[in-house]
Design a protein around this ligand. Structure first.
Ligand code: FES
Ligand code: FE2
Length: 395
């Protein structure tokens, strides 16, 4: 039968108005399996998506499984230092190959033991032709390599393009690099000691609720008691590449807002440009669809929002500190407190997110549109317009 359109012409018209007049995505966008299915294909398979972190697989043979919007992938570190991404699916009967992070010499299926090299080539099919008969006649192993997924890396983030048709990753990310790299010298950064600075958790909400929950500072003083509204707040609009916001503060304010000073008095170093100018820039870019790059005056964090279903999202983040601050023992307390601080922020966010999620069906039933703050939510509006544009252009 005919596929129902995820958004009507009427929905699009209301969304495309100026931010003060616009009406947001309908309630069903947050739970309807058909809407999610359209997003899977036209958003998560069709463009570049942040799926993992290069620092999670530092050594040759390191593998990690990734699940994103129903696609099961494997990230592999090769012997030559490169990274490959494959569909996590055996060419025999479709078993999921890699279930846990690990270090391997080969990727071996747990069902009938078909064995693949790190380069994806099928190496062995034990007993395929009988007891101790490992080769079958006219059975061409070279046709049965793992299915590679186009991938690339920017900073520590591994991106995948499942349909293979997106523009070059460099081209896609150019606006992001131009916006942040003049201020934040990424070459100074190191991944935090794995014991700290990372968080992974599931939120029982649609992936867009997580993104939308972070893309505005409107809710700050109402939900997060530790935060005030920033007086110097600018929406960052990068078309269909990124949405976000930036702010500028004094150094002392920045230390409080970004938890860069520990209770023992130890403080994280600032980026050189911050020291030079005395202005603490923060630029938070939501790289479409679901990667967040948070650049603060003293560290950068990257998070991935990986859909696991219409109403379940896996969140995972890593933090990168300047030089020694990433690993030195004297900064451990600071890194730990920073981690706890951000965990608490997400705990505070989880309440409203869960409640908004729970109300989505009744909002749909009542045909109640959502609205935007023209000051705080221009980026959120741009995010929704980009979702709509991707779904719409696919029809
Ligand atoms: S399904 Fe993988 S070897 Fe049979
Ligand atoms: Fe929040």
């Amino acid at each position: 039968g005919l596929e129902a359109e995820p958004l009507s012409a009427h929905d699009i018209e209301r969304l495309d108005r100026s931010t003060n007049l616009a009406e947001g995505l309908p309630g069903r966008a947050y739970y309807d399996p058909a809407f999610y299915e359209a997003e899977r294909k036209h958003i998560f398979a069709a463009g570049w998506v942040g799926v993992g972190f290069a620092s999670d697989i530092p050594n040759a043979g390191d593998v990690v499984p990734v699940s994103v919007a129903g696609y099961e992938l494997i990230l592999v570190r090769l012997k030559d230092g490169g990274i490959k991404c494959y569909h996590n699916i055996c060419r025999h009967r479709g078993m999921k190959l890699v279930k846990d992070k690990g270090n391997v010499r080969t990727i071996r299926c747990s069902y009938h033991c078909w064995t693949y090299g790190l380069e994806g080539n099928l190496l062995a099919t034990p007993a395929i032709a009988g007891v101790n008969q490992n080769n079958a006649e006219d059975f061409d192993l070279s046709e049965l390599s793992l299915i590679e997924v186009r991938s690339g890396q920017y900073f520590d983030i591994i991106f995948a393009n499942i349909d293979g048709k997106a523009v070059e990753l460099e081209t896609f990310l150019k606006p992001v690099r131009e916006r942040v790299e003049g201020i934040f010298d990424f070459s100074l950064l190191k991944p935090a000691d794995p014991a700290t600075g990372r968080g992974s958790r599931d939120f029982a909400v649609n992936w867009k609720i997580v993104l939308e929950g972070g893309i505005e500072d409107y809710h700050l003083p109402f939900v997060h008691k530790a935060f005030d509204h920033s007086k110097d707040y600018t929406s960052e609009i990068g078309g269909e590449v990124y949405s976000g916001f930036s702010s500028r503060r004094s150094l002392a304010e920045a230390q409080k807002r970004y938890a860069t000073k520990a209770s023992d008095g130890n403080a994280l170093p600032f980026f050189p440009v911050v020291e030079e100018t005395g202005v603490a820039h923060a630029v938070i870019l939501f790289i479409f669809p679901a990667t967040i790059l948070t650049c603060t005056p003293s560290y950068v964090s990257a998070s991935l929002q990986l859909p696991r279903g219409p109403t379940l999202t896996h969140y995972t983040s890593r933090t990168y500190f300047i030089g020694d601050a990433a690993t030195a023992p004297e900064f451990k307390k600071l890194r730990d407190e920073n981690t706890i601080y951000w965990k608490q922020v997400l705990d505070e966010d989880d309440g409203p997110w869960t409640q908004v999620q729970a109300m989505a069906p009744i909002r749909e039933e009542l045909n109640l549109p959502s609205r935007f703050s023209p000051h705080w939510e221009v980026a959120l509006h741009n995010f929704q317009k980009t979702v709509a544009a991707k779904l719409n252009s696919a029809q």
